[in-house]
Ligand binder design. Structure first.
Ligand code: BG6
Length: 253
């Protein structure tokens, strides 16, 4: 309504934090659906937050996606942290190389002077392959780093958009329709209540690992993602949300 349109960014942040019971909300001006630079501003806001809140020697687990890639891009010269370790949150989930967590993870380490470790596991694992891979010592060792991460940075997407981007079958798209899936985050698909309707079987962080001890930063914007962001946040109370005005205003409607 009229009031919401007049709210300044600070008030928007406070209202969203209150309504969705989030630890912290950062809203950057603009709508990333309309302008690409808005995504970069979300990236910049995330780097700014990290500068102030990431403890020494921390392990930071990240997902893929163009928004998390924008965080890497903004890490530039004023965020030098050779004490940090970057790891991908989960194994490949069917993304193009530039959108993959491994790629972005290496880029973050390059930008900041930090270390990184990669997870070389294919997506769409069969149950047998999953069990044998997960018992490999090299996989175990990275997995240990991943689950002990104290900071997690992840994107949120629209369910169908993400499924198509990952080359989903007609059958899978139908499943999403049948269950009214609206949101996706690190390989999990959710309905509008935030209930999980599908999880990709892959190695790495599972939703239940996102506990109170971790700083979980969700970064997603654009008015087209407001339904997805809203749905995802229904069941997750401890998250830090970095978004844009385009999504934020819709989230209060
Ligand atoms: C994926 C992440 O790589 O990117 C998801 O695993 C996220 O968590 C998605 O939903 C979002 O991508 P983008 O490009 O919209 O930021």
């Amino acid at each position: 309504g009229m009031m919401k349109e007049l709210l300044g960014l600070k008030a928007l942040e406070e209202q969203i934090a209150h309504e969705y019971q989030l630890k912290k909300v950062i809203v950057v001006p603009g709508d990333s659906d309309q302008y690409d630079w808005v995504k970069k501003e979300m990236g910049r806001a995330c780097v700014h937050y990290l500068k102030q809140h990431v403890a020494d020697q921390a392990t930071v687990a990240i997902t893929g996606g163009t928004t998390v890639a924008a965080v890497a891009e903004m890490m530039g010269s004023d965020f030098q942290r050779d004490d940090l370790l970057f790891v991908p949150a989960r194994g490949g989930i069917g993304e193009e190389v530039e959108n993959q967590a491994n790629t972005i993870c290496a880029e973050m380490a390059r930008q900041t002077g930090a270390s990184y470790r990669l997870l070389h596991v294919p997506d769409q694992l069969s149950e047998d392959t999953y069990s044998s891979l997960i018992s490999e010592p090299s996989v175990q060792s990275v997995l240990h780093n991943i689950t002990s991460a104290t900071v997690v940075i992840h994107g949120i997407g629209e369910a169908k958009t993400m499924a198509k981007r990952r080359g989903a079958s007609e059958e899978f798209l139908q499943k999403l329709t049948n269950h009214e899936a609206v949101a996706e985050a690190f390989g999990y698909y959710f309905d509008h209540l935030g209930d999980i309707i599908h999880r990709e079987r892959t190695i790495g962080l599972q939703l239940e690992h996102l506990n109170e001890e971790k700083q979980v930063i969700a970064i997603a914007g654009g008015s087209s993602k407001s339904v997805a962001i809203t749905a995802y946040l229904k069941n997750r109370k401890s998250t830090i949300l970095i978004t844009d005005e385009g999504a934020a205003r819709q989230m209060l409607n």
